[in-house]
Design a protein around this ligand. Structure first.
Ligand code: ADP
Ligand code: MG
Length: 302
């Protein structure tokens, strides 16, 4: 009997994707940070949902307010990755009956605080009994049609950028305190032609893989250009998930301008290659050795 663990998360998503058909009004369904739906003449609607599970995305003893803040931030980050603005959110909570009300109140305070900061209205949700704490957010947003950025627009020779430093999300617990890069995204889409974008939820390597797969291209990144957080090594920067920085690509003639922006820091880390090239990391040693980056998702991509 084949089990879920044999195909993994990405295998399952691919399996579901194969069973779905295009539907009227849906510009983009499965395969991006949010679904893109027809709305007004000059605007698209965006829809994303995310779940946080105790023991997977946070620990039992973590600060409840930080857990709440993280739950809604993950969805805000997905709307940012499409170039849009978040608007309306539902929050669903699954919790055991003996959970203290104080803890649930604090989780909700975290959600509300972040919702207010990012001008998101909480408009409903669902409450169920569950052995472990689960929080789900579903978030609707909007994006001007001309500002929409998807994962599938990367072109050969595009320069690959990160919107901030990476690494340390789990070993340094940054994942509980990240700020979604919404402002950065809005600045980018209003001032530049961004060819493709994704937020880093599974890790730099894995999310670069997804972007390349959707765009049907390969990529090379340079170790010496990757902006590490303090006290973080290459493995953490490449493979630790939940960094929630934006990874995006722009045409080469625009890259200098993006690098030179003063109000935000955007770091060029490599460029897009032909698909046959695969995904490679150039080391910073004296020989600048090239390493083929490969893991499960990469094999799947090929
Ligand atoms: P993100 O990390 O940005 O939230 P994922 O990479 O987890 O997105 O998901 C990739 C795509 O797969 C998204 O378009 C998402 O909507 C879709 N997806 C994930 N799980 C399911 C599921 N159970 N059913 C349908 N679509 C799913
Ligand atoms: Mg995402």
């Amino acid at each position: 009997m084949k089990r879920l663990k044999d195909i993994g998360e990405f295998g399952l998503i691919e399996r579901i994707r194969k069973r779905l058909r295009p539907c009227p009004g849906c510009i983009k369904g499965i395969g991006d940070d949010a679904a893109v739906l027809v709305s007004k003449r000059e605007e698209f609607m965006l829809l994303t949902t995310d779940s946080l599970v105790e023991g997977v995305h946070f620990k039992k003893g973590d600060n409840p307010k930080a857990i709440g803040r993280k739950a809604i931030s993950v969805s805000i980050s997905d709307i940012a990755a499409m170039g849009g603005e978040p608007q309306y959110c539902t929050t669903s909570i699954g919790a055991p009956g003996d959970m203290s009300l104080n803890k649930i109140d604090n989780i909700f305070s975290g959600i509300l605080q972040r919702a207010k900061e990012f001008k998101v209205a909480i408009v409903g949700g669902d409450t169920v009994r569950s052995k472990n704490l689960i929080i789900n957010t579903a978030l609707i947003g909007k994006v001007e049609r001309k500002s929409l950025v998807t994962r599938d627009g990367a072109r050969v020779n595009d320069i690959i950028f990160l919107s901030g430093r990476v690494g340390g999300s789990s070993c340094l617990k940054r994942h509980l305190n990240f700020r979604p890069h919404l402002e950065e995204s809005r600045f980018l889409v209003k001032n530049f032609r961004i060819n493709s974008m994704i937020d880093l939820s599974d890790g730099l390597f894995s999310d670069l893989c997804k972007l390349c797969k959707e765009s049907n291209v390969g990529a090379v990144i340079y170790e010496e250009l990757i902006p590490f957080n303090k006290d973080v090594n290459l493995t953490s920067a490449l493979y630790e998930g939940e960094d929630f920085k934006l990874l995006f690509t722009v045409a080469p003639d625009m890259a200098k301008k993006v690098s030179a922006i003063y109000d935000y820091r955007f770091f060029p880390i490599g460029h897009i290659q032909d698909k046959r090239f695969g995904l490679k990391l150039v080391g910073k040693g004296p020989n600048r050795e090239e390493v083929s980056l490969a893991d499960k998702s990469f094999k799947h991509f090929r």
